[in-house]
Design a protein around this ligand. Structure first.
Ligand code: FAD
Ligand code: NAI
Length: 455
């Protein structure tokens, strides 16, 4: 029975990063992955969706070029080629992960891991009928889509009429009518892409706003943008049934329906712990997610959990950082996980990027706060590059300590700018100190500095 210092279950962002760091630190490490290295993010999440959205953006630029003095004739988008290109990008990244793990000395085992228990040598894990032991365990088994118990969903998934993120990112045809259930991040990114490539898209969202906890003003601007592009939104509507060719929902207490050629279910994800054998060693879960502390420790000494499986912040960059924190704890280095400055991005066109408290959450938490909002039209670069844009930058300031606690943006480059705001919040910089930073001109990011003077 082979003995490892660390066994990592799952080869997604949380698992492969942990494997790389542990191998690099000289720990004898195994990463066990049952499907494909890279997990959801590389194979059926972050990367495929961004490859899609980039093609849509190029196409939109091409067909909308005239207002910038550029005329293109016969611009078209070939969805099959977009999928092919996406597959190439995924392949390259997945093999990059395999190569990096190998270069760091980690062993990759393809198979499904099951925790059997523990003995005097460590934790017992079975994979492909073989037993391994490890002094430490890191569970990084990720998440899966929530599948609601709505009549017709199960049959629809079997027939291919209903899809999750996995199937939609491999679908090579463009459906004439796509119905998206759930107006959160996945729903909006996919609505954005399929709207650009010609589907008639309807988004059915249970709440009266899209984009979940996103700042209300920004969520409204995004809604307005997509309505004007032709996406139909049914807000405050609950889906009650799916039959072949129709999605039936409740609107103002009355039944309504919308025809569909394909349906995407994107109503959230749940931590995946099925069949892992957590109960064999007594790992505590709460509502399906593994309970962790600020060092990513579970209730069982020597067992850690990072990434989506702990349900704290289902984002790849959070997963990376959590794995680093777990590894540092294993290596007896001081480190703590903090969640107050985790940026998030919705890669629609326009992009949405946020970090920290929104006006709504600051109010709920009882902060004494102030906000400042500035239109992106105050940026020379934005005005030079975007016709009729309605982007904004919004700051939330804690009055007591004169510090930024939230930055929210919709518009060009938001995804690339937001890390700067995350740094300011993480470093607890005072407003007056940020004012002394020189931002490049002309850029969109200099609006953060500009907005500080409105506070
Ligand atoms: P996962 O990526 O889910 O990896 C877990 C791995 O564990 C899987 O490969 C699984 O096969 C494996 N596994 C599970 N059980 C076992 C077992 N018993 N034995 C062996 N292997 C096992 N996040 C962002 O930050 N930015 C984005 O732009 C973004 N876009 C997304 C788009 C979509 C459509 C989706 C669905 C998600 C997106 N996310 C994005 C979220 C991101 O993908 C996840 O936060 C990230 O993948 C979590 O990493 P993880 O390692 O915790 O889990
Ligand atoms: P989500 O939590 O972002 O959105 C789900 C939406 O579905 C919510 O608005 C919710 O109100 C709605 N909903 C729930 N039940 C419903 C029902 N029965 N009928 C209609 N609407 C319903 O979840 P989503 O979009 O599935 O994404 C899962 C996670 O994946 C995200 O929370 C995020 O962590 C990650 N992700 C991140 C991305 C990024 O960083 N750009 C992109 C895509 C996913």
């Amino acid at each position: 029975m082979e003995l490892f210092d660390l066994i990592v279950i799952g080869g997604g962002p949380a698992g492969y990063l942990a494997g790389e760091r542990a191998g690099h630190a000289g720990l004898k490490t195994a990463v066990i992955e049952k499907r494909s290295l890279g997990g959801v993010c590389l194979n059926e999440g972050c990367i495929p969706s961004k490859a899609f959205l980039n093609s849509a953006k190029i196409y939109e630029y091409a067909i909308g070029g005239e207002k910038y003095g550029v005329t293109t004739k016969g611009a078209s988008i070939d969805h099959k080629k977009v999928v092919e290109r996406k597959n190439g990008v995924v392949k390259q990244l997945v093999s990059g992960v395999a190569a990096t793990l190998k270069a760091n000395g980690a062993t990759v085992i393809k198979g499904e891991a099951k925790i059997l228990g523990r003995d005097e040598t460590g934790f017992l894990v079975e994979v492909n009928g073989e037993k391994l032991t490890a002094k430490k365990l890191l569970v990084a088994s990720g998440s899966v889509p929530v599948i609601p118990p709505i009549p017709g969903v199960k049959d629809g998934l079997e027939s291919g009429f209903v899809m999750t993120n996995r199937e939609i990112l491999d679908m090579t045809d463009v459906p004439e009518r796509l119905v998206v259930i759930g107006g959160g991040v996945i729903g909006l990114e996919m609505a954005s892409y399929f709207n650009s490539v010609g589907s008639r898209v309807t988004v059915i969202e249970m709440l009266d706003k899209i984009a979940g906890p996103t700042d209300g003003e920004i969520s409204n601007i995004l809604l307005k943008n997509y309505k004007s592009k032709g996406v139909d939104f049914k807000l405050g509507c609950k889906v009650t049934m799916i039959d072949s060719g129709n999605v039936i929902f409740e609107e103002n207490g009355k039944p309504a329906s919308v025809p569909a050629d394909k349906v995407l279910i994107s109503i959230g994800r749940r931590a995946f712990t099925d069949g892992l054998g957590l109960e064999a060693i007594g790992v505590l879960t709460e509502r399906g997610a593994i309970v962790t502390d600020h060092n990513m420790r579970t209730n069982i000494p020597g067992v850690y959990a990072s990434g989506d499986v702990n349900g704290k912040s289902m984002l790849a960059h959070t997963a990376y950082r959590e794995s680093e924190v777990a590894l540092n704890h294993i290596l007896l280095k001081r480190d703590n996980m903090r969640y107050h400055a985790v940026p998030s991005v919705i890669y629609t066109n326009p992009e949405v990027a946020c970090v920290g408290e929104t006006e709504e959450s600051a109010r709920e938490k009882g902060f004494d706060f102030k906000t400042a909002t500035i239109s992106m039209k105050y940026s020379g670069r934005y005005l030079a590059e975007v016709e009729k844009g309605d982007g904004i930058v919004k700051l939330v300031m804690d009055k007591k300590f004169s510090r930024l606690i939230g930055v929210h943006m919709i518009g060009s480059y938001a995804s690339e700018i937001i890390y700067g705001a995350a740094m300011m919040i993480e470093a607890e910089m005072k407003i007056d100190d940020i004012k002394e930073i020189i931002f490049p001109h002309p850029t969109v990011c200099e609006l953060i500095r500009e907005a500080l003077f409105l506070l």
